[in-house]
Design a protein around this ligand. Structure first.
Ligand SMILES: NC(=O)c1ccc[n+]([C@@H]2O[C@H](COP(=O)([O-])OP(=O)(O)OC[C@H]3O[C@@H](n4cnc5c(N)ncnc54)[C@H](OP(=O)(O)O)[C@@H]3O)[C@@H](O)[C@H]2O)c1
Length: 219
């Protein structure tokens, strides 16, 4: 039986993604900030706070005994609405917290889990079109955009490093999705990106690419 590790599987896109893997007979190891999650016989829960180095150390230590994993979905992330206007100065506390969770914590967690991945595994991280450098989106949310641009660069670097292990590293933009983060006005249902994440993670694709709606997209 195959096993996927999904961060932030307690709700939103992470939960819907877990449900897709479960429907295909996978085992799921899921994280949430308090280790609580919804009940399913094939899901096991772990505490992970990506803002807390000790929590990352503890969870990766524990999770390493549960592998090897066939896929890792780096889904957990935050969007700080208190600093989402581009005409306002960047809030440094907001930038620090957003980078700590979306970028530094996610990288730390990933690096520590590499030993527990099968050769040939697939890592999918949740990025954002707001992290694109080449599209004129002139978006708001500076801290969030900077964090996702950094995650895109990490994806490319890691893909090169892991080529010898045949591990595919991808980043995927889910689009504006109806979750606690995206809000009820969002244009996509949570099932749409969840299906795209499952398809990407379980197919052979070139490593180090940025995906949206099943297509490769510009950085
Ligand atoms: N929704 C959108 O429109 C949209 C668009 C582009 C990209 N994305 C990306 O897609 C991913 C999932 O977003 P979502 O909309 O599903 O978000 P969400 O509904 O707000 O869920 C966020 C998930 O991340 C976990 N999380 C929050 N803070 C954490 C921390 N400090 N350490 C570890 N886990 C933490 C939460 O766990 P708890 O339940 O324990 O709090 C929860 O499971 C994120 O990376 C987001 O940036 C979303």
């Amino acid at each position: 039986m195959k096993t996927v590790l999904i961060t932030g599987a307690s709700r939103g896109i992470g939960k819907a993604t877990a449900e897709n893997f479960l429907a295909q007979g996978w085992l799921v190891k899921g994280t949430s900030t308090d280790g609580a999650g919804w009940k399913h016989e094939s899901v096991e829960w772990f505490v992970l706070d990506l803002a807390d180095q000790k929590s990352i150390e503890r969870s990766t230590h524990e999770l390493a005994t549960k592998g090897p994993f066939d896929a890792l979905v780096n889904n957990a992330g935050i969007y700080d609405e208190s600093n989402d206007r581009e005409d306002e100065p960047v809030s440094i506390p907001s930038l620090r917290r957003t980078l700590e969770i979306n970028l530094i914590g996610t990288i730390d967690f990933t690096e520590r889990m590499l030993v527990a991945l099968h050769d040939g595994a697939h890592i999918v991280s949740l990025g954002s079109g707001w992290g694109s450098l080449t599209e004129d989106r002139s978006s708001d949310a500076p801290a969030y955009s900077i964090s996702k641009a950094g995650l895109s660069m990490y994806t490319r670097r890691l893909a090169a490093r892991l080529a010898s292990r045949n591990i595919t590293v991808s980043i995927l933009s889910p689009g504006w999705t109806q979750t606690d983060m995206g809000g009820p006005e969002a244009t996509r249902l949570v099932t749409e990106p969840a299906a795209e994440i499952y398809t990407l993670a379980t197919n052979n694709v070139p490593s180090g690419r940025f995906w949206e709606r099943g297509e490769e997209r510009t950085w």
